[in-house]
Design a protein around this ligand. Sequence first.
Ligand code: EPZ
Length: 426
Amino acid sequence: MSAIPQKATGEIHIRGGVRLQGKVKVQGSKNAALPILAATILAEGESCLKDCPKISDVYRMLRLLQSLGGHVRWEGEGVCVSTGSITTRDMPSDAITGMRSSLCLLGALLARCGSIVMEYPGGCVIGKRPIDLHLQALERMGVRFWQEGDKICGQAPEGLSGAVISLPFPSVGATENILLAAVTARGCTRIEGAAREPEVEALCRYLNACGARIEGVGASCLEIRGVRRLHGAAYRIPADRIVAGTYLYAALGTRGCVLLEQAPCRQMHAVIHMAERMGAVCHVTEEGLYVQSVGELVSPGLIRTGVYPGFPTDMQSVALAVCAVAAGETRIEERIFENRFRVAEPLRQMGADIRQDSPCSLWTQGGRCLRGERVKAAELRGGAALVVAGLMAEGETTVTGCEYIERGYENICKDLRELGARIYSV
Ligand code: EPZ
């Protein structure tokens, strides 16, 4: 049986107006799992990743590892991967195109095999997604890149050497690729201005469990002492702070009362604080995050996204949906990606009053009811925001383009049904 089931993609139907109540377990983190799966390429032997989320981005990464010679099997609540026979010699075409979405394979394959071929990663709907910071850093570690048609080729003929790398922007992906290249490089690497997102921290913890020597975990300056080899490890993927945040704001917007089991509360301060400013009462308990929406749902005034520990850009669309109904006017400034307001149009279709005054800022006048409509998701987090909008809207909402939502949410319909929502997918 294939380790990677094919899921039908279709439409999500929601009948809004239900206050969410009850408890739901938060899945493992997509953005922690992907770089850690790439990192298994560096480990001799098998790694078993508990709570690895069953989402299409993970299935795609597993297919890539298999196409490169890796072995994958799901076991209980996790997935086990062994990559003893990985090679990039005559890389299969789906690996080359697949690399575009799994950029974190870049550093791991260069470290393991000394060469890569990948399709030039074009932009996506939320922005140009350049990779200049990745390439510049890896060049400093001994990689030579050149372009052949629409492909990028990379080679490290003498292997990888440690370097001091100062990132002008704390890019999550670039930090991860440098880590993956540095852990078995010759000598030491120092990353100044590293990303501090929890997913980078999780990657460091997995790599150290495999025998790497990374210091400064969680800080913006990381020191990596290269080692000759890494062994496999058993590691638990942390809960997904963006999935937890999505359900937190869904409870807020529907005036509900829910328990988000295993929510990574320590990593959610900005998200929790913003929800409390909008009227939520939140309690961190051993079981997870308890949230109750009492009193009026009010605008927080200003939401400005930023690098961790700021308000996460991945929560911006969901927050916009809730601000569209909260009393008062909200300004949202998106400071990470240059085109992350795509969801504004379908929200307007549902009755939201949203005025964009620049590519990276908009206003929404709340205090209004949304009405159910047929709307289309154009990317992952915008799709989740449309589901949250449907939960708050009067009448029936149909969200199409669910393949985007399945990239990051194991089963958003099942999770929300467990909280009492009238929602199903076909
Ligand atoms: C990661 O993307 C996440 N993806 C994103 O989540 C998340 O939004 C983002 O970090 C910010 O937190 C994964 O982890 C798989 P960046 P990444 O490099 O690594 C610019 C989701 O919905 N930049 O920190 O691509 C870039 O254009 C996804 O789960 C350069 O200019 O983010 C962007 O404006 C969406 N040159 C900004 O930095 C580079 O070489 C942030 O990018 C690299 C990035």
